[in-house]
Design a protein around this ligand. Structure first.
Ligand SMILES: NC(=O)c1ccc[n+]([C@@H]2O[C@H](COP(=O)([O-])OP(=O)(O)OC[C@H]3O[C@@H](n4cnc5c(N)ncnc54)[C@H](O)[C@@H]3O)[C@@H](O)[C@H]2O)c1
Length: 332
């Protein structure tokens, strides 16, 4: 089985490649990544020499490059994680989001379709797994959960481009019979996340005694899932998800931003005994809210739990602690 994984040098992609390499010894994995600022191949150093792993520095917006790569590697399956992923960047400069998330996804779909249609096997014997986000559903009020039936209502350029890519993937199933599956996951945390994201930002600011920025009043709610649990969900959906279906993945673990920031400060107080200013919570500083900031995301994961037997297994506090320790080691 030859599996092409896009975006494998990023946060979730690198965690997932390590997981797949460990658990599927018969797979050959090709990691396709442009190596943007958000990537780091060092995360994959432990498998660099493996004969079951290879890497190609390729920009998925380059159609000819995608075509050549697919024809050289001849994948049986693609798991597509490459994306521009930071909402704030999508507000200050949306164009790379349109290029990578929409055009890049189209390039992969179309080149796979053409190549797989020429093969000896049926198009539906191959697999295209698209990795997406719960942000496509827009914002919830105080109550309710996103299900797979929730209407799409993306509010940021990031979520709008992810929604567009989800629709392209859907159309390749309905129009051409391509064997696709899409997973829409909530906020992940864990090792390998880029410095710009919330949890690394909190740890870095606290360590350097700088203000810990919190948008608005910190009232926004996110459903946090450990990246290792996302990996098991991707595994199940990739191998056993029904073709043409989407599966929501979430932690049933809602946190207001301000409460999460305080919890991290408390963990850091325990681990480091506080900073020069004493309690790290003294550094919390409220900043102007992100434009169009969605109030609340929360996932109903019943479908993947009941149909595929997935469970969010990890202990949140334990995982958050080990994650903080990982960033403390990185930034100290
Ligand atoms: N991080 C989350 O909480 C979260 C939650 C749900 C879904 N997702 C989705 O999961 C996927 C991975 O997210 P992440 O947090 O690991 O992102 P990330 O930003 O950490 O990594 C993205 C990777 O894609 C690569 N990439 C970007 N543009 C590319 C291009 N044009 N060609 C090839 N490679 C390119 C980058 O170099 C990077 O290695 C994304 O599709 C994202 O939408 C993320």
């Amino acid at each position: 089985m030859k599996v092409m994984i896009t975006g494998g040098a990023g946060f979730i992609g690198s965690n997932f490649i390590l997981y797949l390499h460990q658990n599927y010894k018969e797979y050959h994995i090709l990691n396709v990544d442009k190596l943007t600022y958000a990537s780091d191949l060092k995360f994959l150093a432990s498998i660099e020499g493996s004969d079951r792993y290879s890497f190609s520095k390729t920009d998925i917006t380059d159609r000819a490059a995608v075509r050549n790569l697919i024809r050289d590697f001849q994948p049986d399956a693609v798991i597509h994680l490459a994306a521009e992923s930071h909402v704030d960047n999508s507000i200050s400069g949306p164009e790379p989001f349109v290029m990578t998330n929409v055009v890049g996804t189209f390039n992969l779909l179309e080149e796979c379709r053409q190549f797989w249609s020429e093969g000896r096997r049926k198009l539906s014997d191959y697999r295209f797994h698209h990795v997406s986000t719960d942000e496509v559903y827009g914002s919830l009020g105080e109550s309710g959960l996103f299900t797979e039936e929730t209407a799409y209502a993306p509010n940021s350029p990031y979520s709008a481009t992810k929604a567009s890519s989800d629709f392209m993937v859907r159309s390749y199933h309905h129009t051409y019979g391509m064997n696709v599956v899409t997973t829409n996951c909530s906020n992940n945390f864990g090792p390998h996340q880029h410095d710009e994201k919330l949890i690394p930002t909190i740890v870095r600011a606290a360590l350097s005694g700088a203000p810990i920025p919190v948008y608005g009043k910190g009232e926004n709610v996110r459903d946090w899932l450990y990246v290792g649990d996302h990996c098991t969900a991707l595994d199940l959906a990739f191998h056993a998800g029904r073709s043409g279906e989407t599966y929501n993945v979430g932690g049933r673990n809602e946190w207001k931003n301000i409460d999460l920031v305080k919890a991290i400060c408390n963990l850091m107080n325990d681990l480091k005994g506080g900073g020069p200013q004493g309690d790290y919570k003294n550094l919390i500083s409220f900043v102007s809210d992100r434009p169009g900031h969605d109030l609340r995301y929360a996932i109903d994961a019943t479908k993947i739990e009941n149909e595929l037997g997935w469970q969010n297994t990890k202990d949140f506090t334990k995982c958050l602690t080990s994650t903080i320790e990982w960033y403390l080691a990185r930034y100290s």
